[in-house]
Design a protein around this ligand. Structure first.
Ligand SMILES: C[S@@+](CC[C@H](N)C(=O)[O-])C[C@H]1O[C@@H](n2cnc3c(N)ncnc32)[C@H](O)[C@@H]1O
Length: 181
């Protein structure tokens, strides 16, 4: 894979923290994110769903019954954790190592795409969103590389707007963005 330095650095960072990621997030997960994930996924229609940046698989328990989920991540180590979680929970999901900035799926492959807490770490979020078939022309999205000191509020706002992107790659994008937490 011919990657830029920022993408390589992002993968290296998540490979490094994969082992402690769930621990790092445990408190906020329990007190806020778990309920938010549940609400988010309740709004995702069953069908062919792409989860972008699956991480350690924290969304797996909330996948809609009957959905055919394909989940990608840039980091092998995060993906390993997601694989283990899928086995433990008995959740069927097609897990793949892939860069959101260069999706290897044909147009029309999915009915919906979902990402939680992902695009704040994608080096070129605009490109990632375009890959999903959404032209982010009204969002003030800056390249991660430009963010000298990433501002948490901006990251959260970005992700809140990206929690679920419907009809990805179908040219009928629909943004579900009413799930602020
Ligand atoms: C903050 S974690 C969030 C993980 C998970 N979505 C969650 O809600 O817990 C961000 C994840 O996005 C992944 N990621 C970052 N850039 C990516 C890219 N370009 N393509 C695919 N995954 C990416 C990271 O490897 C990491 O697993």
């Amino acid at each position: 894979m011919n990657e830029d330095a920022f993408t390589r650095a992002t993968r290296a960072r998540y490979n490094r923290i994969a082992v402690v990621y769930d621990l790092m997030e445990a408190f906020i997960e329990r007190t806020a994110f778990a309920a938010w994930r549940q609400r988010l996924w309740a709004s995702v229609p069953a069908g062919r769903v792409l989860e972008v940046g699956v991480g350690t698989g924290k969304n797996l328990p909330y996948y809609p019954a009957g959905a055919q989920v394909t989940a990608i991540d840039l980091s092998e180590r995060m993906l390993e954790r997601a694989r283990r979680r899928a086995t433990d929970l008995g959740v069927r999901v097609d897990l793949r190592l892939m860069d959101a900035q260069r999706l290897a799926f044909p147009a029309g492959a999915f009915d919906a795409a979902v990402a939680t807490f992902v695009f704040c770490s994608v080096p070129d979020p605009v490109q990632g969103l375009r890959e999903l078939g959404w032209e982010p022309d009204y969002l003030s999205v800056r390249r991660r590389a430009d963010l000298q000191a990433p501002q948490r509020p901006e990251e959260l706002r970005l992700d809140a707007h990206l929690v679920a992107l419907g009809a990805a790659r179908l040219g009928r994008t629909r943004l579900i963005d009413n799930l602020e937490f």
